[in-house]
Ligand binder design. Structure first.
Ligand code: GAL
Length: 659
């Protein structure tokens, strides 16, 4: 088992060469192991077309290597230089209004532009050829945060050409597409694939099937773009570890699909920025403004663990105020350490801080780093040093056990309900996260997984809310899983073509539970439907017709089935508030015979292999003795301070975590 390690993101091209060795030694001194470099350096690697300047990068790598650091080398394709942009101005993505996204920041390219893709092949090839065999390079990062700044969808001529080919490959015959999209409606029938446009600038909403295929296509373009880089790197550096840094609350392409081409999934964790940008109300934001949402990071750790098929890390960890949220508060004392341990507890191989030294220039000059702009240590520097000492003392290893609980998260479903929300606030991501929160508040460790057959095997509980169009295989795997299953609103309510199933929702899942959804309604903010004394539905509720084998477990005050049950399968017919969710989950946990914990409000727990971790996201010291029994703590105290972390190792845990 590998050791848990710390890292940092570094931009040697921002600082005088005379400083590099000193930086490297300081990184080493505080216990950092990995340094990511290079991902935005194209204009310094190739200042003019074909004029390569790779020597400085070689010297930077050597300086880090001499200090005993390992390097994650980024390909620079997120920031094509000006000469390249001028050479082919049509490489710009076009926004939904048809306007080009100009040079002057980053990510100014369209994933479908073949000319740009070839330029990327060239620069990646050269980098990989020169540095592929360098012993200090531990991993490669492709590009940077695919899709950041809303760059997945492009309405360019290049995208249009590629979309038509994609559609033709998928449907073969135009009649098949017309049928699948229901183009008889509003006389939208096409005579050939060449007639199809991108779904923007239509008079009113475009056909949802058209929109869905455009999203699938756009996602595939990113996967293909990434794969080109992966193949080039693998050619020159066989056996290299290749990763990409994904984002938080970002669903615009299928991360599972892209992850299949990687060795490790990484993500960039900015808890305070994400909280400020979230849809939580002001009370929640004020309560957690310096520690972040107690469940948001953990959810992503679990999701990206799935994307990396078990191997994942944090590539960018917020160390102080960032610059990009509406408000940018400082983390509470201890919060950066807390976030670091949350990640390790979830099986991260590395936590890497963003960035080493605060830039005094350009867009991110207000973004804190481990060092101040004048190179004096800032708070994050001392946190990293402390955590690294602790990890050494703990001799902490990367561990991860299969959780008994699986929560299904699906990218197509996120697109589907964006395309057709039906109620303005029906946000798939928020629904899944709220259920995750309910599971975690009961002290359960969760695997967030794709709707795939392998992922549902060997679970005690499977929770699947709002899954757009479950496949035949997945429905079968659920039916055969033997687990307790909680299906949520809107599940199975469409076919893959984006049509209502012939047998009504939940479509093919009727083989698990014999119900038909006859009506759905969305509820404006402030409106709710009471479910006896158990809580309320908000945002969304459905009216069900029940087959004979189905029982009503909960009924709304206006007489509809709120929770239906058939054997070990439950169906929740609306969007639950916190109380209702907790009450529904309690029933489901009983059925699954899962033992839960009675946690104080802001305490969270994570089991990882033999380790059990506790985290305090609240403002008050909290006595967790009752949760610890007579175990000896390896980390932390029984009175857990705000931002405190405690951990113990229990011998029976390894078997208990498994079934
Ligand atoms: C990330 C990005 C970094 C930097 C950082 C600032 O999204 O990958 O390059 O911009 O945000 O928080």
């Amino acid at each position: 088992m590998t050791r848990q390690r710390l890292g940092v993101c570094y931009y040697p091209e921002h600082w005088p060469e005379s400083r590099w060795s000193q930086d490297a030694e300081l990184m080493k001194e505080i216990g950092l192991s990995f340094v990511r470099i290079g991902e935005f350096a194209w204009s310094r690697l190739e200042p003019r077309d074909g004029e390569y300047r790779f020597e400085w990068l070689g010297r930077a790598i050597d300086a880090l290597d001499r200090a005993g650091l390992k390097i994650v080398l980024g390909t620079p394709t997120a920031t094509p230089p000006k000469w390249l942009f001028d050479k082919m101005p049509d490489m710009a993505a076009l926004d939904a209004d048809g306007r080009p996204r100009k040079f002057g920041s980053r990510r100014h390219y369209c994933f479908s532009h073949e000319g740009y893709a070839k330029e990327c092949d060239r620069i990646v090839e050269r980098l990989a050829r020169i540095f592929g065999a360098h012993p200090a390079i531990a991993a490669w990062q492709t590009d940077n945060e695919y899709g950041c700044h809303d760059t997945v969808l492009s309405y360019s001529p290049a995208a249009l050409r590629a979309f038509r080919l994609w559609l033709e490959a998928k449907y073969r015959r135009i009649e098949t597409l017309n049928q699948a999209w229901g183009n008889v409606f509003w006389s939208m029938d096409y005579r050939s694939f060449d007639e199809i446009e991108l779904p923007n600038l239509t008079v009113t909403e475009a056909n949802p099937s058209h929109l869905m295929d455009f999203r699938r296509f756009s996602s595939d373009q990113i996967v293909a773009f990434n794969r080109r880089q992966v193949e080039i790197i693998r050619r020159h550096a066989p056996g290299a570890t290749i990763l990409h840094n994904f984002m938080g609350a970002f669903v615009d392409f299928d991360h599972y699909a892209l992850g299949e081409d990687l060795n490790v999934a990484a993500w960039d964790s900015y808890p305070l920025g994400f909280l400020e940008r979230s849809s939580h109300d002001d009370d929640f934001k004020l309560r957690y403004m310096r520690v972040g949402d107690p469940d948001f990071q953990a959810f992503h750790h679990d999701l990206y663990r799935a994307c990396g098929r078990g191997r994942w890390q944090v590539m960018e960890q917020q160390p102080g105020p960032v610059n990009w949220a509406p408000w940018n508060p400082a983390p509470a004392a201890g919060a950066v350490r807390l976030w670091t341990y949350e990640a390790f507890a979830a099986g991260a191989e590395t936590v890497s801080y963003f960035r080493w030294r605060q830039a005094p220039f350009a867009q991110e000059q207000m973004h804190e780093a481990l060092l101040l702009p004048n190179a004096e240590p800032n708070e994050g520097f001392h946190v990293a040093a402390r955590v690294s000492r602790e990890l050494a003392a703990l001799d902490a290893r990367v561990e991860a056990a299969r959780a008994s609980v699986a929560l299904i998260f699906d990218y197509e479903s996120a697109w589907a309900w964006r395309i057709e929300p039906q109620g303005q606030d029906f946000a798939y991501f928020d629904l899944v996260l709220s259920i995750y929160r309910g599971l975690r508040r009961a002290g359960l460790s969760v695997d967030v997984v794709a709707p795939s057959t392998a992922d549902v095997a060997e679970r005690r509980l499977i929770v699947a809310p709002a899954l757009f169009a479950p496949s035949e295989d997945f429905a079968q795997a659920l039916a055969e899983s033997g687990a307790t299953i909680l299906l949520g609103p809107r599940i199975g309510s469409k076919t893959a073509d984006f049509q209502i199933p012939a047998n009504l929702p939940p479509g093919i899942l009727q083989r698990l539970i014999d119900i038909r959804v006859r009506r759905v309604e969305s509820l404006r903010p402030g409106a709710s439907i009471k479910i006896a004394s158990e809580g309320v539905f908000v945002r969304w509720r459905e009216s069900l017709a029940l087959g004979e084998s189905v029982q009503r477990e909960l009924t709304s005050d206006d007489g509809e089935t709120a929770l239906a049950r058939s054997g070990n399968v439950f169906y929740l017919s609306g969007w639950p508030d916190e109380d209702l969710l907790a009450n529904v989950l309690r029933r489901v946990f009983d059925d699954a015979q899962l033992s839960t914990l009675d946690l104080p409000e802001d305490i969270r727990v994570r089991d990882n292999g033999a380790m059990r971790y506790f985290f305090n996201y609240g403002p008050n010291p909290t006595d967790i003795s009752a949760l610890i029994g007579d175990e000896a703590l390896l980390l932390g105290e029984r009175i857990l301070e705000p931002c405190g972390v405690a951990a113990f190792r229990r011998d029976d845990c390894r078997t208990a975590a498994k079934l």
